[in-house]
Design a protein around this ligand. Sequence first.
Ligand code: F6R
Length: 607
Amino acid sequence: MCGIIAYTGHRPAVPVLIEGLKSLEYRGYDSAGLAFVHMNRLHLFRASGKLEALEAKLDSGHVLHATSGIGHTRWATHGLPNEVNAHPHLDINAHIALVHNGIIENFQELKTMLVDCGCIFRSETDTEVLVCLVSQGVKKTGSVREAISWALNLVEGSYAFALISRDHPGTIWAARHASPLILGHGTGENFVASDIPAFLPFTREVIFLEDNELVEMNSEKWAVFEVGTLKPVSKSIQTVSWDVQAARKGGYKHFMLKEIFEQPQVIRNCLAGRIERRTGNVLLPEVANLSVPKRLHIIACGTSYHAGLWTKYLMESFARIPVDVEIASEFRYKPLVPEKDKVYLTISQSGETADTLAALSLIKEQGFPVLGLCNVAGSSIARESDHVILTQAGPEISVASTKAMCSQLVLTFLLSLYWARHKNLLDPQIVDRAVNSFDALPDILDQKLPAMSETAASLCRIYSSARSFFFLGRGLYYPLALEGALKLKEISYIHAEGYAAGELKHGPIALIDPDFPTLAIALADPLFRKIKSNLKEIQARKGRIIALTQEGSGLTVDNEWVIPQTWGPLNTFFVLPALQLFAYETAVYLGKDVDQPRNLAKSVTVE
Ligand code: F6R
C-alpha cells in the first residue's frame, strides 16, 4: 500500500520520480504527489486520481531544475483519497516535506500532543503527525537526523518514509519499520523506494534496509544509522539481476504469485492497530456506532462470498449471532423480509461489483444499516455503506483474487471477536490464544510459503491431466473447498467442484473414478474422523486423493500434503495459500494466462 520514491543525483529529479511512481502504481493509485527544493523553497505538487493527473499539473519549466526530490502514490488508509490528503505533507512552516507508507497507530494521541504545542493540521492523514513531529524535533535538537530519531521513538505502527528539508537541498532522509524500503546505489546518484522497480532503470545495486534503520544520503554518499542510538550500521550492497519488465511484478512471474506471497504482510497490515494489547480488546471504531446485530446477513459474490460463508462459522460460534450468507445476484431479485436489529454486511474487494452494489442500494432503500467490508477506499461500496471497514490488502492486480480474501477473513474474524466481547461471550483464554497465534502467523507463513509452492508444483505435475476435480472440506473448511475449486477452474480451466465432504454420498460420489481426483482438507480438528471416513468412501471407489493435512494425520492417501499447524480457526491461513498455490502451479504448468484468465475481468461492474 502506497509507493514512495526519493532521488538525489545529477539528473532532473522530477522525471525520475514520475517514472519511479509509474512502476509503484500497483501499490496504490488514488492520488499522487511529489516535492523538491528549488531556489530556497519547497515546491509541492499533488493531485487526486491516477498519476496522469499529477503529470498534468507539472509545468515543464522550473520543475526540471531540481536534482533531488520525493514522490508518492497513495492507497488511502486514513482520510479520503483527495488532494488535501495526498502526500507529500509539509510541516506548518513548509521547511520539511515527507512521504509515508504505513499506518501510525498512535496518531490520535500524538496529534493531541502536537496541537497543544501549536501545530496546525490540514489533512485527515496519520502522516501529517509524523512530519509535525520531526519539525518539533528539529526545533529541539537542531539536526534533522536527531529529530527523526527522536520522533520515531514516539511513534507506534508501521512506516517507510522519505523526507527532504528546505534548509538542506540535495539531502534525503528515510527510515523504515514494518514497511518496505530499499536503497538504490548509483554513480553520482542515490535512491530510496518501496520497491526495486522504481529505480531499476538507473541502478541494480541495492541495499535492503531493515526495521529501525535510518538512511541519510546525497548524490555522492549514503549512510545508515540505528534509530534511537544513531550508531552507524554497516550495510552491504547487493546486485539484482532482474530485468525492468519482470521486476514490475516484484520479481515474481505473475501478479497472482506475488499476491499469494504478500499474504503474511497483508495479515500484519490487517492486524495493525486492531488489538489493544493490555486488555485484548479488538479495536474496530468503524462499527462503534452500530449496535450488536441480532442477525447478520452477508451479501457478496465469488471469492468474497466464500469469505462470507467462512465468516458464518466464526460469527455463530464466537458471537452467537445467526448469519445468512447470500450471493448478491440472487439476493437482489428476492423480496426483502424486514427483520428488526438485523445488520447487512457486504463484502467486496473492488467495492464496485454491480450485483453487490445493487443489493446495497436495495437494503438502504428499506432503511437497514449496511456495513461494507471493502479493499478499495473511495470505491462505490465504501462510499455508500453506512459503516466501512477497509481490508488493507493493498492493490490486487491479478484477476484471481487471493490476498483480498485473506484480508477479509482476518477482518471478519476480528469482527466476530469484537461482537462476542460486546455480548460478554468471550473467554479471555480464547482471546489470548487468538492474539498470540495471530502475532506468530505472518512470520511462519513467510517462512513456509516457498516450500508450499514447491509441493504445489510437484503435485500439479501428477494431477494436471485430470478433467475434473472435487475439493472437499467440512465446517470452516467447506467454504475453503469452494474457494479452492473456484481458483482452479478460473485460471486452469479444469472443471472443479467444491463440496461439503459429508454431502458427497448424496449424489456426487457417483462421479468418482480413477480419473476424477479429490483434494480434501483434512486437518487435525474435531471433524477429522468424519472426513477420514468420507475419504475411505472415495478410496473404495478407486478415487485418487490429495489430503491437505497436518503432521501425524495417519492418513493413507495417494498424496499427503502436510501444512503447518497453529491454533484452531487460524489454520485457515495455511489452507488458503495452499489451495491458491495448487491452482496457480496447475495453470502455469498447463501454460494458461494466469493473471488474465479468459472471459474474466478484475472488477465485475456489469450485471
Ligand atoms: C475470483 C474473483 C471473483 C471476485 C468477485 C467479487 O478469483 O476474483 O470471484 O471475488 O467478482 O469481486 P469483489 O470482491 O470485487 O466484489
